[in-house]
Design a protein around this ligand. Sequence first.
Ligand code: ADP
Ligand code: GLC
Length: 490
Amino acid sequence: MAKILMVASEAHPFAKTGGLADVVGALPVALQAFGDEAAVVMPRYRSIPRQEAVLVREDVRIWLNGGFYNVNIYLKLNRGVKFYFIDCHGLLDRDGIYGDRAGDFGDNALRFAVLCLAALEVSRHLFRADIFHCHDWQAALLPLYRKFFFPDDPAFAGTKTLFTIHNLGYQGYFPQRQLTEIGLDDRFWNAGALEFHGGGNLLKAGLIWADYLSTVSPNYAREIQTAEFGCGMEGILRARSGQLAGILNGVDYDDWSPETDRFLAAPYSARNLAGKLACKRDLLEYFGFPLDDRHLRRPIIGVVSRFAEQKGLDLVGQIIAPILDEELTLIVLGSGDPKLEDMFNHLNWARPDKFRCWIGHNNPLAHRIEAGADMFLMPSRYEPCGLNQMYSLRYGTLPIVHATGGLDDTVDGETGFKFWGAYAPHLLDAIRHAVKVFWNDPDQWARMVRTAMARDYSWNASASAYSGLYQALLEDPQAQAESFPPPVAS
Ligand code: ADP
Ligand code: GLC
């Protein structure tokens, strides 16, 4: 039984841009079953109302680079989990999580440095952690600060740090002068520390100085040790491969089950699929398609995604004409890369017979697409875990995926359609194959839907693996010393 303080930039239901939020929202709840107590530290963004939380600590000073920032700490209980919100006027109290329409905020290094230092203060004053479980680059400075700013502080004696990589594609890369602003002197300015191709790389702080590393699927844990997927970090990750676990994310079935999903037109289950047809009708109606036999019968392929290079949606663009030659409907929800937004917006009026998109973030619609579609498309170039394909399995919406990362770990020939190599012709073959099975072999389709819906990707197994890892870390007095190479002076 351990006390875990999770540190992250997003958590469902308070702030979300992607799967990180789903994980940080659900894992602490799942850990309760294993006797661990996990709390979460995250920023209080402007979208999180102060009056719905309790002010538990006022005017905590966060010292950095000779000056200090004042933060207030708010507490809110959600599903039995304590959420500590760090309120910092001018820094974290903003509308956007990472940026606004003009792009990423220029002071993100500072914003998340303050988050990490404030998390240590949460442990000192409010929730004495055994383990700091840090997620992605925004929390990567915590192991460094804990080690070098507070080496002998009794408040942190015996504590361990676990750093989870959700996506190596985002490394927190800043100009050198910003390292000074976050209190890091020349010792950290070399390739063995945070320097990376002439800039400062905050992710490296977690990769080098956390006691243990994990990532979100066994396959991605292997992939990131190669030059193809390592994004320049493969050397460090190979060197630490003995301290790198791959633990698959789970699904929060309280949120994502067709039997109980409050966003659906009708509930359904593997035993009674009538509701799924009602959801299909609802989805077609929402997007203004005629509710005739042709539209109801032909398969809907759904996409719910950030529009980022990672997600491979440009491949769909390359073959959109032959895709839409098939007898199907394609529905896309997402936002991001303006080129992709333009392409999908254009298709909205160019191919109204078969295509619709909704540009933006829309959680209820994401649920309705999962339920109303027949197939779910994820042509990701790389995918550390991916949650939507697991949601799709539960909703009987067969995934079509590129065989990479967690997609390869969670989808097989009995539950979906895979293609190898992120190339448009391979993707087109997979789509055509799925469409062919749908039209020509209803028995096989029904069998696959039943098999997919029966697959169990609940948090249970993953939370058990994390709990075991926490325990092992606490029982291993050597872990800390071994994994803390000191920075060398440049
Ligand atoms: P990633 O974290 O890389 O974006 P995941 O598959 O792990 O990919 O998680 C994505 C999460 O974000 C899922 O919960 C998905 O439903 C949600 N999501 C992505 N885009 C949207 C959107 N436009 N509207 C609503 N939810 C979205
Ligand atoms: C990242 C990854 C995604 C993963 C999610 C949660 O955003 O891109 O594959 O599922 O984090 O771990």
